[in-house]
Design a protein. Sequence first.
Length: 300
Amino acid sequence: MRKFRKLVEAGPIGLQPWAEKKLEDYASEIVRFPSLPQSEDELVGMVGDADALLVRTLPLVPASVLSRCKDLRYVGMCCSLYSKESANVDIDYAEKHGITVYGIRDYGDKGVTEFVVYALVRILHGYDWPMWRKRPKEITGLRIGFVGFGTSGQMTARLLKAMGAEISYYARSVKEDAEKEEMHYKPLHELLEESEVIITCLNKGVILLDEEAFRHIGNGKIMINTSIGPASDMEPLKRWILNDSNIFVSDTSGGVGEIYPEVRDRKNVLCPDVSAGMTEEAYDLMSRKVLDNIVKALPD
């Protein structure tokens, strides 16, 4: 296994110190930039003659940058890669020009699951929060519907089911393992109408909840968005939040979307604006997956 000749970190990457040290096994030269580039020209200058580049969700690495980095052969996305369309790297261009792009997934799910349980217990029992119902309520028997049912959604659902919740989900396909565990698929509008709590777990850039969806949701419910970015159209979400009988939860302001400044201080919005998934353990797992991808991308 040969090393990359030169590897560049374009901005803060977030690898654990042990992983940063390990990079020396895979690159003859490592250049680290502590801040993000402010322009495409600056990013091209950072990359220079490097044959490997590491980025997080920023900076953007479009074709107009890749085309000017003639020696580049590998781009490692140290962040979730859900689809080409949602990536900050132009993967189509890279593939056509011999540049390998790898991203990672499923490294911050446990922290997200813990955040959902924390938020529900706080709201249901009124712990330092306006209580949802007239009396404290347990998770037991709570009808919880998941919109999107990937790794983090299923992990969260299984924990809540173990606590007694009734789980249903809407996804692109029926999940046979979930069905065997008595977590059942429902059409979207049926799920929205029947669920007391709605948890959105969608890929970045996927918006499923529109005006009609909110009519089916109705009022007096709890919505928790664990997606990377909004899961709803902004105007119907804003009107829904402005009804005090509804409670909206997101770990980050990005999950609330562009209406966040307008709803930030409302008593029915819980948003600590901290990425729940990025725990110490998640940084460890992210670092391992980034290094695994580098090894996979290295020339023989």
